[in-house]
Design a protein around this ligand. Structure first.
Ligand code: CA
Length: 222
């Protein structure tokens, strides 16, 4: 999953980025409204964390502009404590959820995970596909025989994205866009290497290759 974090408080954004990385997210940062609006329109983020008090263009204005351009990416706004009107204005502008500062990172993670699952799978709770269960907290996958299989950071990001889209043909470029950051290693051939590693760990049959198109995880939903 790839996130855009829009926050002009540098110590806070650096800390959040570290925590989000550890939780298996690729994170792009923006510290002002103008860049944030552009990035949100150009890149296929799975969710956006948006501070409302931003230099150059307010978070509220950025959010309104995204929605006016039919960008429906899930957005969690960060509001000032006790500013109830900010929450109301935020929801009116198209926010999906909010957190009042200061907040606990655990609450942000829980809201983020729930929001992404609702938007991508229509449900919530544990990801279970093709006999596999993903333990997102520990970044471990549990197979049919109840064996716990460790995953590296990239393997986890890739597998989580695929498990959220079972049966869909996922091109290498789409997988790259959702697994890596903007300035990260975006060579889509690297995806092949990670697919191979996942097959070694989970069995060949779990991920099928559709020649010239991409990969299919699990069974197509007919
Ligand atoms: Ca701010």
């Amino acid at each position: 999953m790839r996130l855009l974090l829009v926050e002009d408080d540098l110590p806070l954004s650096q800390q959040l980025r570290r925590d989000l990385h550890k939780a298996g997210f690729a994170v792009d940062l923006s510290d002002n409204g103008i860049d944030a609006e552009f990035m949100g329109l150009e890149e296929p983020y799975d969710a956006i964390i948006l501070d409302l008090g931003l230099p150059q263009r307010s978070g509220l204005e950025v959010l309104k502009n995204w929605r006016a351009q039919k960008n429906r990416v899930p957005v969690i706004i960060l509001t000032a404590r006790d500013a109830w009107h900010e929450k109301v204005d935020g929801f009116k502008a198209g926010a999906d959820d909010y957190l009042a500062k200061p907040f606990h990172i655990e609450e942000l993670m829980a809201r983020l995970n729930a929001l992404i699952k609702r938007s991508q799978t229509g449900g919530a709770g544990t990801l279970q596909v093709a006999g596999l269960q993903l333990d997102e907290e520990h970044q471990v996958v549990i197979n049919k025989d109840s064996a716990r299989i460790d995953l590296t950071g990239t393997e986890f990001r890739l597998l989580r994205y695929m498990m959220m889209h079972p049966g869909a043909v996922l091109s290498k470029s789409r997988l790259t866009e959702h697994v890596y950051e903007y300035d990260g290693d975006r060579d889509s051939n690297v995806i092949e290497v990670y697919i191979k590693r996942l097959r070694n760990k989970l069995g060949n049959e779990v991920i099928k290759t559709r020649r010239g198109q991409g990969y299919i995880f699990g069974q197509p939903t007919l």
